[in-house]
Design a protein around this ligand. Structure first.
Ligand code: S3P
Length: 435
């Protein structure tokens, strides 16, 4: 994909459904009794992987133009898959489904693409085994492919060293099938969609934040979940690219609609505010059960910030985009406490800093983040996405504000979370030219 310098972006963007909530809607719908109706579902490759895994386990899922209908069969209604479950590129599918499969009375195999099959799975294997699950990495590497056999689950009180919603969710989902109350404590609170949504499906999940900032979620074993109607809010992780583009492309004004602003996800908004962003919240409401807002973003001069600590899990997927913003900001931005970046779809400390260097930025990778000295002229470059959707989108935005032409290799990987991303970008440029 070729990206030219933009003279301004203008218009409205409807943000596609939240990826984390879309996955969970299908999973919990499959385990509930009755038909769960999901609107504004994200039709990205990752969420389609979740649908295909549950279809493989006998769940009828209708995917029509305007809604998804999941005909759930209850907590014990899944049937043994005849094939290996293909989880594609999706860490969320893999880790959450593993928690569910640990509680089933049949054997299953899970495998994904090369990126997925090199991501760490011991972080879920360890606690699930502690609960009595029969789960193993088939080649012993600690990665997928995974084999899960029937096991008898008992509750545990698990302390996780990482703040990971995927780890937390895997344990809570297995906890639905365990004897006794299962709890997970994480060093700081990660996104809490599983806790909120399981409760709305009728489970009993409690959440506490401790004085030292650590957080515990606990779940009681469950007899039954009940089908729900879910309106998925727009994904702030997808909105991030348009927020950033609106800020760094001169003469821009974008109205970014229906963005989920759950505080466990919205750290980006605090960061851009601290950087001096001209951003206004409109139509704030909680109609979908999660808070949403429309965001009016205008070109702004940005200044450096420090991004660290408890904020990191609230913006972990936005860090490549924040790093690009920092390259256009005055001063030195420090991103730390973000070693988790190394185990995303790519090692995002490496892929982000290499791409920034490629475009002329002054950046130093560190063990747990990066240091970006803003203000260097940023020029176009040939960017390898390494098939990482977030790298492709963050550097497409960088290209709009850079001098000269930028090319993004393997740009089709944006389909993982944002089909139509480049078409939307193109449309907003057209609007600016008309004005
Ligand atoms: C997700 C949790 C995060 C995030 C991922 C989606 C989820 O991963 O990076 O894109 O839906 O639970 P970790 O749990 O590994 O931090």
């Amino acid at each position: 994909m070729e990206i030219k310098t933009s003279t301004g972006l203008c218009g409205e963007v409807d943000i596609p459904g939240d990826k984390s909530i879309s996955h969970r809607s299908v999973m919990f719908g499959a385990l509930a009794k009755g038909t769960t109706e999901i609107t504004h579902f994200l039709q990205g490759a990752d969420c389609l992987s979740t649908i295909s895994c549950f279809r493989e386990m006998g769940i009828e899922i209708e995917n029509t133009a305007d809604k998804i209908l999941v005909h759930g069969k209850g907590l014990h209604g899944l049937s043994a898959p005849r094939r290996t479950l293909n989880v594609g590129n999706s860490g969320t599918t893999t880790r959450l489904i593993s928690g569910i499969l640990a509680g089933q009375g049949f054997e299953s195999l899970l495998s994904g693409d090369d990126s997925l099959n090199s991501r760490p799975m011991n972080r879920i294997i360890r606690p699930l085994k502690e609960m009595g699950a029969e789960i193993e990495s088939i080649d012993g590497s600690g990665c997928a492919p995974l084999r899960i056999r029937p096991g008898v689950l008992h509750s545990i009180d698990y302390t996780s060293t990482v703040a990971s919603a995927q780890v937390k969710s895997a344990i809570l989902l297995a906890g639905l099938y365990a004897s006794g109350t299962t709890s997970v404590t994480e060093p700081v609170l990660s996104r809490n969609h599983t806790e909120l949504m399981l409760n709305s499906f009728g489970a009993d999940v409690a959440a506490v934040i401790h004085k030292d900032g650590s957080a515990t979620a606990s779940v009681r074993p469950c007899e039954e979940l009940f089908a729900q109607k879910i309106k998925v809010p727009g994904d702030i992780s997808s909105a991030a690219y348009f927020i950033a583009a609106g800020l760094i492309v001169p003469h821009s004004e974008l109205l970014i609609k229906n963005v989920g602003i759950n505080p466990t996800r919205a750290g980006l908004l605090d960061v851009v505010k601290a950087m001096g962003a001209d951003i206004t919240y409109l139509n704030v409401n909680s109609d979908s059960g999660e808070p949403t807002a429309d965001l009016l973003v205008r070109s702004s001069s940005l200044k450096a910030v420090t991004v660290e600590g408890a904020a990191i899990p609230t913006l972990i997927d936005e860090i490549p985009m924040i790093a690009v913003l920092a390259a256009f900001a005055d001063g030195t931005t420090v991103i730390r406490d973000a070693a988790e970046l190394k185990v995303k779809e790519t090692d995002r400390i490496k892929t982000t800093t290499e791409a920034l260097l490629n475009m002329g930025a002054d950046v130093t990778p560190t063990e747990d983040g990066m240091i970006i000295r803003g203000g260097n002229p940023i020029h176009g470059g040939q960017i390898d996405s390494f098939l990482d959707h977030r790298i492709a989108m963050a550097f497409a935005v960088a290209g709009l504000a850079a001098d000269g032409l930028t090319t993004i290799k393997d740009s089709q990987c944006v389909d993982v979370s944002y089909p139509g991303f480049f078409e939307t970008l193109q449309r907003l440029q057209g609007k600016a030219n008309e004005n």
